[in-house]
Write a new protein. Sequence first.
Lengths: 312, 675
Amino acid sequence: MNHSFTEHLDALQRNLASVIRGKPQAIRLLLLSLLSGGHALLEDVPGTGKTTLAKSLARSIDGEFRRVQFTPDLLPADITGSSFYNPRDGSFEFRPGPVFTNVLLADEINRTSPRTQSALLEVMSENQVSIEGVRRPLPQPFFVIATQNPVEFHGTYPLPEAQLDRFAIRVALGYPDREHEIEVLFDQNQRHPFEVLEPVISLEAVLWMQAQVKNVRVDPAIADYIVRIVQSTRSEPRLRLGISPRGSLSLYRTAQASACMAGRDFVTPDDVKSLAVPVLAHRMVLDTKARYGGVRNEHIIEEALAKTAVPR
Amino acid sequence: MTELRREFSPTGQPPHWAATATALLGLGALYRHGRGYGGLIVAAALLLLMYPLRFRLSRNALVIWPIRILAFTVIVLTSGSRYGVGDSGFLRGAWYLEPDYVNLFGYLCAGELVIQCWQQRKGSPRGEMMILSALIFAAATNTFDSSIMQYLAPLYVLLLALSFSEYLPPRPAAAVEAGRPLASAVTRLAAFAVAGALGLVAVGVFNRYGQALAAWTLLPSPRLQSTGISLSPRLGESADVVPSTVRVLRLHYRVGPLYLRGLAFDTYDRGAWGPTFGDRNLRPVAVEMGRPPVADVPLTPLRIEHLNSDVPILYVPLETLSVLRPPVIQLQWDASHGRSLFYNLDDGGGLVAELLVGPPGAQGPLCPPPDTQQHSRLLQLPETLHPTIRQLAGELRRDHPVETARAVAAYLTANHGYSLIIRPGEGDALADFLINRRSAHCQYFATAATVLLRCNGVPARYVNGFYAHENEGDGVYIVRQRDAHAWVEFWVDGTGWLTLDATPESGRPDQAFEPVGVVLRIGEWFSDLPDRIVAWIKRQGWPQVALAAVVAAIAAAAISAWRLLLRRRRGGAPIRTIDYGFPSEELEQLARRFERLLRKWGAACALNRTWQEHLCDDARPAMPRAVARHAASLRQFLMDYNRVRFGHHNAPEAVRRLQEMLQRLERGHRSEENA
């Protein structure tokens, strides 16, 4: 593995860890998502640092950062942009929406209606916006970090399945432990550490790292293992919707990124196993009986892992 | 509640409910018993307190087991018997523990726990908790003299069986939570039933083979199970034996309740009857005992099976006219003291007898007229007999010996109550009983009746044995240890020997105790199961047995299939092997060799786990020592192997290096084995 990949990665991780205390695993998953070219869904209760993490990442890679606060009255055009009439020359002029950026923070994405949420579908899967028949590519790299509160909270809508499927990884931040929460208090005594955060790598470096990830070798046995895990969810009677091939691809890519982050140029079954839950769990839809029976998506994936032999 | 227990658990997991329940049951049994076992209760309470105290017990600490084994050995070797025959409780007889020794055990256990707390080493306390609670319970049952143990013991074994699930590999959390409620309930019920059946079988087996087990494991010469019959009756504070529901005899008899005489005693002095068993002169049974009776009386066949016996006494009715089995050459009797019959086990005889019994009052070979010497012994009275007794006897004198006997029985039953416990005052126990009109048990009544009859010139002797009354149906009677009884036989010229039971009806075994409970009956049914099966096989013949085996196999296969189906539906199907293929044959062989090595180390890796997580994950369960010893080499091997296997860095020298590493690990294993 190229030496500078590790250096870039260490720098990114250090930078983010200086702002988000005691969450190395969440930071790792977020970077995995970025390096695999996917998008991340941060899910947790308010006040756990979701927005700060997203902003810190954007600043660390020296990218343009936009934030959209999703509210019930938000319209699709407020996100993607729209054409407006210019009376001076009598023409229609396109005014880009906030998606035309490197890092888009879709804050509290599940507070808006499913219609507006769906405006992100094309953006996330094809990195472009089609308005009035014109396709407009987004700047690269393009990385969506969506935050959402648990669905049980007041004023929230469940995300459409198609959109959930477009997030490579779902990350739960969780509360910091006691020691780290004390550190947070002292860190923010004078000012927020985010205010003094400096970029540590360039956007070009990010693109280069994403390219490096694609060169990681995946043995056919590993690919077979991934597909077996995914396919086992499609025949699962407790699921209304199993995992799509997009899920297999996400697991494949994130496993490559994981290998890269570990300094390897090949994927091992351990990469796949460790990522199966954060990459796959949010893509499935439980049937009503299972949901009310206390079954959780994570359990289904753990079961799939438990009954699938690993390649050796 | 579970949350609370988890919170207080040092391992982060609550102790298994059944493990807790068994320990609590042991404590409950001790509490029920009441006095004298403070040390053990303290030890058990300390054990339970381990959880909130967040101390961890050491599983492999070298100090634990020597102390525990030493403690138990000391107790077993020094254990005594309160009742002379040691026969109460679940483990009975050979395992009886004196309170002092139980206490000693408790203190040693408490000391051991303190040592473990001091060490604070990692490990799961649950296995030890189970074993220690078992010992506590064993001690409790041995010091507990009530039939309530008969109910507690199966419950304990049931809980023990359930708690074994502790040692099964845990199911994935999802499978537990996602289980279908109905199927899960059915499975649990079935598991509960199977565990219950196993518990009852265990109780049955222990009832039947407990002594053999004790003999085989701990004690060099275990006492035989007592029949509850005293071999040297003495008027003491309480009955010589503790009433127990242990079965002693099984009778096949179609007429009705029977007095089965064991030993007859004709010498009485200062509260003690003689001669003792050791003083008797046993001789071969005379031929007349085996000869078919010629008298023109209705004969009833009687078959007696001895289920437990410490002394090979053949308990038979006085009216026995002939013994069909065993042959008389395998029997002995004590001709000069009432012709008590004994099996002669040296001749290879069994403990099953078949007799012909005459009607009440029939005089057979057991009823010869007393000779002069016997006659004088049968009228012998103690020199220190209280004058009031003589006066009382005079008041009960009638014209005919039978009427005198009736008067004596009527007087005793009318003026005395029945009690298993008696606290006589100073002086002669019999005089105290009669003069102060105390309540007492059958030994007192039989003694008093004998003495009163003798005072009136009626030759009489004291007899003990069983009163068979518990009809199981179909002409089968069960005689239990608590059916032991004492009565009188008196001689009437021209009539012969007659039986007189002077104990009040409320004290007769059929009235004195509650009928046995359903749980005990089920336990006994299971304990008889092996014999029933053997008898059934003998009756049926091989074709039927083979057919039954095939039916059982089909049923077992159907149950297995149903369980498999259930597990599949719950996502718990067994993991199937998947052939992912290998880049080269060399690598495949290398992988197979490595798996073999892991198996030899006792660290076989499940199909759904990678070698990396199996061997190198810090959160893995405890691994065999070999894995810990070679941790660094294993880490390096796995890293290189993955590089070759999945990274395709499979240059010949890389593969060769892998082979060399594996050879070194294998050599290490062999040299450790040789060492």
